[in-house]
Design a protein around this ligand. Structure first.
Ligand code: FCB
Length: 397
């Protein structure tokens, strides 16, 4: 049974997806050069409206907000740190604390400064040192923060770096989103474990700094594919689990918590991941409607990490139908609490996402508890926000 008084009930965002005009980042540059990619532009202007966004969550009854610090804003030029931008993120932390929201702060969520990308990105010679230098400065503003995520989904990041490396020799004619399945669905390339190991080094370097300089619990968040084997697919399943998840979950063993991020599930046959077919129930990112994935994800994470406390740092559904979001989330939470009742140490549930936002090249898939008018930036809470707040007050689904 989770500790109800301490349990985090909240929602999550990432800086590049909500802030707007993240002009010094590698993603901003990519948006301008890749055919088929929509631009983030002003995003939903949360850079200026974070106070209102957090207030909506707190007023609904939630007690936590996961957001990120944007490296490209803090260090737009190598070694030159912006004191004003550090102060901006400190204001965000203070605002959250003032509203009774526990801040869960992500230091890296897919994006990096453009100069870092130009130096080779995560394949560059000094990648880990560069990241560590940024983390050192970022920790200066983390007083009073109890939860720090070093990196978001290193497994998906490794896959993106793998893809980008391949593009250098064979440029693509259109953008393949990491989170949106196009039709016909190309399978994402498996992340190269060599790249994964660089990210493990970066995580370990950051963890050391966060531990030395703050009082926060530190961990990273891993995208969970909730692979399930078809008859005869057991061996392939173990191979794919290692490449996609376990390499990263094993690196969590020395952490204070591990973030579980779960959306859907995938079948694995003897030949690999089964391409997911068209289906009327599919979500707006083309994945199967599988609220049970969260239960599979937390149980697998618990087993591989050998009992590291779990924070669900992302779970949600891309849908235009908010009733469906409520149905999905209610079901996912029941699977989560069943796992908790079976002894998995679950510390909180952060829904993806607080607001409809820029889904890495696409605006159509809407994951938010709050809708946003992209012309006026007006916020319109959906019924799911009040619903999740009620669940939070009750302490269980
Ligand atoms: C995850 C990302 C998050 C968002 C959701 C839908 O992979 O961490 O930024 O794109 O998927």
């Amino acid at each position: 049974m989770p500790d109800q008084a301490q349990f985090l009930w909240g929602a999550a965002t990432a800086p590049h997806q909500i802030e707007g005009n993240n002009v010094n980042s590698d993603w901003w540059a990519r948006e301008g050069s890749m055919p088929g990619m929509e631009r983030s532009g002003d995003a939903i202007d949360s850079y200026h409206r974070f106070d209102q966004d957090m207030r909506l969550l707190a007023d609904a009854g939630l007690n936590a907000y996961r957001f990120g610090i944007e490296w490209a804003r803090i260090e737009p030029v190598p070694g030159r740190f912006s004191i004003a931008e550090l102060a901006h993120y400190r204001r965000m932390i203070d605002t959250a604390l003032g509203l009774g929201l526990t801040p869960v702060v992500t230091l890296h969520h897919f994006t990096a400064p453009q100069w870092f990308a130009q130096e080779g990105g995560w394949l560059g010679e000094n990648a880990v040192e560069h990241f560590a230098r940024y983390v050192e400065r970022a920790t200066e503003i983390l007083g009073g923060v109890d939860w720090v995520v070093t990196m978001n989904e290193p497994n998906m990041l490794a896959m993106m770096v793998t893809m980008e490396r391949a593009l250098r020799s064979a440029p693509a004619d259109s953008w393949q989103s990491p989170t949106v399945d196009n039709d016909p669905r190309p399978t994402l390339p498996p992340p190269d474990p060599e790249i994964g190991r660089i990210l493990v080094d970066a995580h370990e370097a950051a963890r050391k700094i966060v531990r030395a300089r703050t009082g926060a619990k530190v961990g990273w968040t891993v995208a969970n594919r909730a692979f399930v084997a078809r008859p005869g697919g057991g061996e392939k399943l173990r191979e794919l689990e290692h490449i996609w998840e376990d390499l990263y979950l094993e690196a969590s063993r020395g952490d204070d918590f591990v973030g579980v991020q779960s959306y859907s599930s995938q079948w694995v046959g003897p030949d690999g991941i089964e391409p997911h077919p068209q289906h009327p129930d599919n979500t707006l990112v083309g994945t199967a409607y599988r609220p049970d994935a969260l239960g599979i994800a937390v149980r697998h994470t618990w087993e591989v990490t050998g009992g590291v406390p779990i924070l669900v740092t992302e779970n949600g559904i891309a849908t235009a139908d908010d009733e469906r979001r409520i149905a999905y989330t209610g079901e996912a939470l029941r699977h989560l609490f069943q796992a908790a009742d079976d002894g998995v140490d679950v510390r909180g549930y952060l829904h993806w996402s607080a607001l409809d936002n820029y889904e890495w090249g696409h605006w159509e898939p809407t994951f938010g508890l709050i809708a946003v008018d992209r012309e006026t930036f007006e916020r319109h809470p959906k019924p799911s926000l009040a619903w999740l707040g009620d669940v939070a007050r009750a302490g269980r689904p």
